[in-house]
Design a protein around this ligand. Structure first.
Ligand SMILES: [Fe+2]
Length: 293
């Protein structure tokens, strides 16, 4: 897809924008994230994030210090609950990786986020956005899929919209971990205590654009509040499957040097399989958002 006049207002900072799909994703060019960004660049990027939900910056050289510097412009950074996955000297930066250290231990979160989710939706103040940087990417596989919860919301059948309006999703990290991450060391009691289940509106309003978005996910929303567990779960899965149909999805194929910045308030995402013979080393920061409403 070519640059489009739909990117309005046009960027004022000299960056260029190329849309990546009908509903979601834009590639941002003519910016060097290895240096602090200007206030004009910040304003443009923030506007474009709210509009396109996923921003792709290719060919970036981004040491951890600059990753933190860029991400911090958008809000407070929140490290991973599992502290052993942090980058040395940068507790706010988490490794997502299948690489092992000298002792044979995983240095990062392995097989992370393979089920549709919005990052850390199990916290009272979930993430505004996440920034994932490819240090070493497999030559094939390990794509990340992103789905527009704005577009999915706007296309909801009336019956499903009526069920979700006023409902609250129960987001539960310990349940998620036990269900999907049983290949890892079990969570410690201390880690579990940091993330008791929380409820958020099943349909939320984006605080900057006012657009409505679906905010339940198969991966992190265990059920719906006040509903029989299995029936609530069935509705969560149904909504999540509706929201992640191909017409709402952009699939990112990673190259080393890519930084992808996504808006967790208007998207779900998931990682996809790859051949574990390949090394994969990614760094992630997450920016805290507001309380969903
Ligand atoms: Fe994620």
């Amino acid at each position: 897809m070519q640059p489009s006049s739909e990117t309005f207002p046009p960027p004022r900072s000299g960056i260029r924008v190329r849309r990546l799909s009908e509903h979601i994703g834009a590639e941002i060019e003519n910016i060097d994230l290895s240096r602090p960004i200007s206030s004009a660049q910040f304003a443009d990027i923030n506007t474009l994030l709210v509009r396109h939900s996923v921003l792709v910056f290719r060919g970036q050289d981004l040491p951890p210090a600059m990753h933190v510097d860029f991400a911090s412009r958008f809000g407070r950074l929140v490290g991973h609950i599992v502290k052993r996955f942090s980058v040395d000297d940068y507790p706010e930066v988490t490794y997502i990786s299948n690489v092992r250290n000298d002792k044979g231990e995983m240095i990062g979160a392995d097989r992370a986020g393979m089920i549709w989710h919005s990052d850390m939706s199990y916290l009272p103040r979930p993430m505004l956005g996440s920034m994932l940087y490819g240090v070493e990417c497999p030559p094939e596989g390990a794509d990340t899929e992103f789905a527009s919860m704005f577009a999915a919301h706007d296309a909801l059948p009336d019956s499903m919209r009526a069920l979700l309006a006023g409902a609250k999703g129960v987001h539960d990290y310990a349940w998620h971990y036990a269900t999907y991450l049983s290949h890892r060391k079990p969570l410690t009691d201390e880690e579990k205590a940091q993330a008791p289940p929380v409820s958020h509106p099943a349909l939320r309003t984006h605080p900057e654009s006012g657009r409505k978005a679906i905010y339940v996910s198969e991966g992190l929303t265990r059920t719906l509040d006040g509903m029989e567990e299995a029936e609530g779960r069935r509705l969560v899965v149904e909504a999540s499957e509706f929201a992640t149909q191909p017409q709402f999805v952009y699939r990112h194929k990673w190259r080393s040097g890519d930084l992808v910045f996504w808006d967790n308030r208007s998207t779900m995402h998931r990682a996809t399989e790859f051949d574990n013979r390949y090394r994969r080393l990614m760094r992630r920061t997450t920016v805290e958002g507001d309380i969903p409403a």
